[in-house]
Design a protein around this ligand. Structure first.
Ligand code: ADP
Ligand code: MG
Length: 567
């Protein structure tokens, strides 16, 4: 079986294709979305998903989240005493989703279609592919998240070929993409975004608000991570409550004191205005890059948990002058679309006609020198050859000329990026090619860039006059090293002790009750403490039925205290 996986920064989900329909897989807690969180418990066992996220406020040193941000970098994240690469942590989440799917489907899951942000560069894509392989999955294909979302909203079943605008506001990133289907081919025509804008930033707005209201009460000097973690958790709760109500409490305990303020939806909206304003620019840029007018959009689809905020929905409606399509749950769309693609892989009859393409997420070009009007020379100017959002595979050629009389060689330095000066872009490689000695500007070289779907850039430079040509292949060396020891790393990860799957609900409840214990004072705290003691003694008795009924009862009582568990 091949599944579709949305490997998100905050949350992940897995789905499969069955009888002409994409369906989500519930995890061991019965939930359709699994937090992308990993934690090590006191016995050194690994927790993944909700139990891990519940431990974040109480055990920040033993819990890792948001590691997707660092995919494709050499940054390591600490979990207890050990350090892990972001792709290892992603692999642990993927392995947990794989297991959930196997239990649900009653058979082995061998392969997966995994989604990545449209702007992910090649390094990040390769890291994602390795994460899949480390989890024991054959990665059938990586597809862009907006493409998956558009598939979930049925772009492939539309009669009219007008683009979808996918508006995805997640936990930490904002992505806007134009996805289009033309003669059976689906393509991302343009994508833009802000990778520092998401639900977390809206949390920060509430944290700042609370700090202001509590100025003089909260220790000013306490900028520590622990306080931030506690205030962030409170903000997340208040913000979700504000998606449903006009007013919500913001409360937390710090240094043995309970702090409580009330936040109104209006106050939040006013404070969040600068963030709402930042949603506009990427939308305009994607429309510009895709040469599309708002009126030509077939659908505006909302994806990502943070689009559940009423202020975001209002802003979208205002921006486009119409209501977005919300027929698919914003938390589920990407995984469901990945499952549609997994169905395509299986050549399911219902989906026979559809093919996907990718676009180049950044511009590729060379550094050149220019003469200005006064005859002065400017070096290090970027000359784009394959522009961002070009559909790949792509091949483009550009001619460059000598600048000095009797010049003997032309040096081509290859860069990736969007800046006008090459120093601000990423250097990829260089090549020197001999040219016949002639007056400046009389000899030209043709520089051809060929970029394939797996991210390999081939540079062919030829001098038409001499028929000399040279080639440069650009790939990543660190990457080759990482790929080489994949088997050993897979074994190391597989050897980690994982908390038993059938105990996940107990672990999640324990983590939650402990968080509440630390998060309340006085009578409430004593009460939570007694619930915890009771649950621990029930667990010790090992009677599954008794455990289950105690769990349900305690969860209900915690819901009464802090509101229903989110997800
Ligand atoms: P990612 O793509 O980063 O994994 P998601 O699409 O799962 O993220 O979105 C996570 C974000 O959605 C979080 O910041 C969370 O606070 C926010 N979110 C989820 N549900 C709600 C809600 N009901 N109201 C407001 N924000 C929500
Ligand atoms: Mg997402």
């Amino acid at each position: 079986m091949i599944v579709g996986i949305d490997l998100g920064t905050t949350n992940s989900a897995v789905a499969y294709w069955d009888a002409g329909e994409a369906r989500l897989v519930p995890n061991s807690l019965g939930q359709l979305v699994t937090p992308s969180a990993v934690s090590i418990d006191d016995d050194g066992e690994l927790l993944v998903g909700l139990p891990a996220r519940e431990r974040q406020p109480t055990h920040p040193d033993r819990t890792a989240t948001a590691f997707k941000r660092y995919m494709g970098t050499s940054r390591k994240l600490k979990l207890g005493r050990k350090e892990y690469a972001p792709e290892d942590l992603s692999a642990l989440v993927l392995a947990s989703l794989k297991r959930d799917a196997e239990v649900h489907l009653g058979g082995p899951v061998t392969g997966a279609v995994i989604t990545v942000p449209a702007y992910f560069n090649d390094k990040q894509r390769r890291a994602t592919r390795r994460a899949g392989e480390l989890a024991g999955l054959k990665v059938e294909r990586l597809i862009n998240e907006p493409t998956a979302a558009a598939l979930a909203f049925g772009i492939h079943q539309r009669a009219v070929e007008e683009p979808f605008l996918v508006f995805d506001l997640g936990g930490g990133t904002f992505d806007v993409s134009l996805v289009e289907m033309f003669e059976g081919i689906i393509e991302v025509r343009a994508s833009a975004g802000d990778n520092r804008l998401g639900g977390e930033d809206f949390n920060r707005v509430l944290i700042d608000f609370a700090r202001e209201k509590l100025a003089g009460v909260l220790p000013e000097t306490h900028e520590g991570e622990a306080l931030y973690e506690v205030m962030r958790d409170a903000a997340e709760r208040a913000r979700r409550a504000l998606s449903e109500a006009d007013e919500a409490p913001y409360r937390f305990v710090w240094d043995g004191r309970e702090h409580r303020i009330a936040v109104t939806a209006d106050a939040f909206a006013e404070r969040a205005e600068p963030l709402i304003e930042r949603l506009r620019e990427p939308v305009l840029r994607s429309l510009r890059d895709g040469s599309t007018k708002v009126g030509e959009l077939s659908e505006i689809v909302l994806v990502g948990g943070a689009t559940r905020m009423p202020i975001v929905r209002k802003a979208v409606t205002r921006m486009f002058g119409r209501f977005p399509d919300t027929t698919v749950h914003p938390d589920h769309a990407v995984a469901l679309g990945a499952a549609v693609q997994a169905g395509l892989k299986r050549r399911d009859a219902d989906l026979d006609e559809v093919r996907l393409t990718d676009v180049c997420p950044f511009t590729l070009g060379v550094g050149i020198s220019e003469r200005d009007a006064r005859g002065g020379r400017r070096d290090g100017i970027f000359s784009p050859i394959i522009e961002r959002n070009t559909v790949i595979p792509a091949s483009r050629v550009q001619r460059y000329f000598t600048m000095i009389d009797n010049q003997e060689t032309i040096r081509l330095e290859v860069y990736q990026g969007e800046a006008r000066h090459v120093v601000d872009n990423v250097w990829l490689g260089q090549l020197d090619i001999p040219v016949p000695r002639k007056p400046a500007g009389e000899v030209g070289v043709d520089c051809r860039f060929t970029y394939d779907t797996s991210g390999l850039l081939e540079v062919d430079v030829s001098v038409p006059e001499t028929e000399i040509s040279q080639q440069l292949l650009i790939y990543d060396r660190d990457d080759a090293a990482l790929a080489a020891n994949l088997d050993a790393r897979r074994e190391a990860l597989a050897a980690l002790k994982v908390h038993p799957r059938d105990q996940a609900a107990n672990a999640a409840l324990l983590a939650r009750a402990n968080r509440c214990y630390e998060g309340y004072l006085g009578e409430t705290r004593d009460y939570v403490g007694s619930l915890l003691s009771h649950f621990e003694s029930v667990l010790a008795n090992q009677d599954p039925r008794e455990i289950e009924s105690a769990r349900t009862e305690i969860a209900r009582r915690l819901d009464e205290i802090e509101g229903e568990q989110f997800l």
